[in-house]
Design a protein around this ligand. Structure first.
Ligand SMILES: [Ca+2]
Length: 110
């Protein structure tokens, strides 16, 4: 089977649409920086997977970070409330996600 170079050089309309969508959805990333809470760098034991979510319903995205793994076998989830603005977030010290009155513990071991 052979392919014509002429045909291969012309993308299909669906491919063009996907490329345009990918370009529009690509986030504009700035330089790497440490995130602080209460004036200190956030340091999480074990593995962490940060996410920004609307946690407390105030329309400011908060920082949610998992911790655990490695030498810390069980995991917990930290919530840092955004006490700044949406454009310039500032985070309070964290609280752990609760379940039935105590810290939610997620067993390790994947
Ligand atoms: Ca919030």
């Amino acid at each position: 089977m052979t392919f014509s170079n002429r045909r291969a050089a012309r993308p299909l309309p669906a491919a063009i649409a996907l490329l345009a969508l990918a370009a529009a959805a690509a986030p504009a990333l700035g330089p790497e920086e440490r995130v602080q809470a209460g004036g200190a760098d956030i340091v999480v034991p074990g593995y962490s997977v940060p996410s920004f979510v609307l946690w407390d319903g105030d329309s400011l995205r908060d920082l949610v970070v998992g911790e655990g793994g490695g030498t810390t076998p069980d995991g917990k989830i930290r919530v840092y409330l955004n006490v700044g603005t949406e454009g310039e977030p500032e985070f309070s010290d964290h609280a752990y996600v609760q379940s039935e009155g105590s810290d939610l513990i997620l067993p390790g071991g994947g």
